[in-house]
Design a protein around this ligand. Structure first.
Ligand SMILES: [Zn+2]
Length: 131
């Protein structure tokens, strides 16, 4: 007599055990509980996780911007530090932005440069006289 489903049913009833160190938790996949599986997944797919974050941001842009604003307001020191680090890491981009701004605001840029030059000159002079 055949029991076509018996093997399948038996397999379904055998509980899988976590080998991640949390035997009391529910088994999710590959011998791991939910938390450990998520951690392993993130570690194994960092690019995919980042892409998920990006697509969430694109779908919730206003919310993401509001969050960033609130974070900056609450942590101005850290935000400034991040800004500096970002500028250092994207120097070419920052310079290209500066160039295109100068091209669009040539007179203003020249006035700024003159002011910088005058200030520098004054600082240099006072340095040499105070020596
Ligand atoms: Zn675990």
């Amino acid at each position: 007599m055949r029991h076509p489903q018996s093997n399948h049913t038996t397999a379904m009833l055998v509980p899988k055990l976590n080998t991640c160190g949390h035997p009391e938790r529910e088994h999710i996949a590959k011998g791991m509980c939910r938390a450990c599986y998520d951690n392993a997944y993130r570690a194994a797919n960092p690019e995919r996780k980042r892409a998920q974050g990006r697509s969430w941001r694109e779908a919730n842009l206003e919310h993401a911007r509001a969050q960033a604003r609130a974070y900056r307001a609450a942590n101005p020191e850290h935000a400034n530090e991040q800004q500096r680090a970002w500028r250092a890491a994207n120097l070419e981009h920052v310079r290209a932005q500066g160039r295109s701004w100068r091209e669009a605001n040539l007179e203003h840029a020249r006035a700024q440069a003159r002011a910088r030059y005058a200030k520098k000159k004054a600082a240099t002079c006072s340095n040499t006289t105070s020596k």
